[in-house]
Design a protein. Structure first.
Length: 273
């Protein structure tokens, strides 16, 4: 076999590749129509669905592939670099901007320069050589748009120090993790005054994170009418620290320091042994 290259700017010379790509997309579209739904339980189920289509398509060329495999060289020992490397700085809002996508990161990284390994499905973030977080990649719905991936867990403790910033935050709707929490925010605005509503909502998000009860807490609060007061929630979730018992401190006598300096304590230790 003799390899050839395409001429720069002559797009129609990619036909051998583009035609196969279009054919595969058409087969996937037809298979989804036969299936009756494009909703999949999770990513792994969708990948198995694609593998079945590709395996069926590749049966046509198994003989030719077997012939080519006899002439292929061994794979390299190390994985090739299948990611793009970027460097971004974490803003004061605890976010980074990567390829028309806005991502939240833990607030402890504010001001840090983060090195990002950008894959097609994830972002692996490093500070120097230390991995700090891995984020799922998001894509905008339109070529001109932007996408967001905001996780309230990254900023909730910083936000709890200034809960009034929640109301006018540009990321407010993204900070609410589920539709249930959007409903809670709407009800809180109706029931409480603006200042109390912000404090109530931020506190609920913090309780959900600290006690790992995001879904159960939202379902429970939505069933209550009116919403419970913040003091009732604090009494339930904030654990009072137990008072520490008084431990009497014994003051050593001066002669014990004389024994330490003279080495007499060594003789006493050996006598005990």
């Amino acid at each position: 076999m003799k390899p050839t290259v395409n001429n720069l700017g002559v797009s129609h010379e990619n036909g051998a590749i583009e035609n196969a790509h279009g054919s595969l997309k058409h087969r996937i579209e037809q298979a989804i129509k036969v299936r009756g739904s494009a909703d999949f339980q999770n990513l792994e189920v969708y990948r198995r669905f694609l593998d079945q289509i590709v395996d069926k398509l590749n049966k046509r060329c198994q003989g030719r592939l077997a012939e080519e495999q006899l002439h292929l060289k061994p794979l390299p020992h190390y994985r090739f670099m299948d990611f793009s490397e970027l460097t971004v700085k974490v803003t004061t809002s605890s976010t980074i901007s990567v390829k028309r996508g806005l991502y939240s990161v833990p607030s402890r990284l504010i001001g840090e320069n983060i090195r990002v390994h950008l894959y097609h499905d994830r972002l692996e973030c490093f500070v120097s050589q230390t991995p700090v977080i891995t984020l799922s990649r998001v894509y905008p719905k339109t070529p001109e748009g932007r996408a967001r991936r905001i996780d309230y867990r990254h900023v909730i403790h910083a936000l709890a120090a200034k809960p009034q910033a929640f109301r006018f935050s540009q990321l407010r709707d993204d900070l609410l993790p589920t539709p249930q929490y959007h409903q809670l925010w709407q009800r809180a605005e109706q029931q409480f005054d603006p200042q109390q509503a912000c404090k109530w909502m931020v506190s609920v998000l913090r309780f959900a994170y600290d006690h790992d009860c995001e879904s159960p807490l939202a379902a429970e609060l939505l069933q209550q009418n009116p919403l419970p007061e913040l003091k009732a929630l604090q009494k339930r979730f904030i654990r009072r620290q137990a008072t520490q018992p008084d431990i009497p401190a014994k003051q050593h006598t001066i002669d014990t320091y004389d024994q330490l300096l003279s080495g007499s304590w060594i003789t006493q230790e050996m006598a005990y042994v």
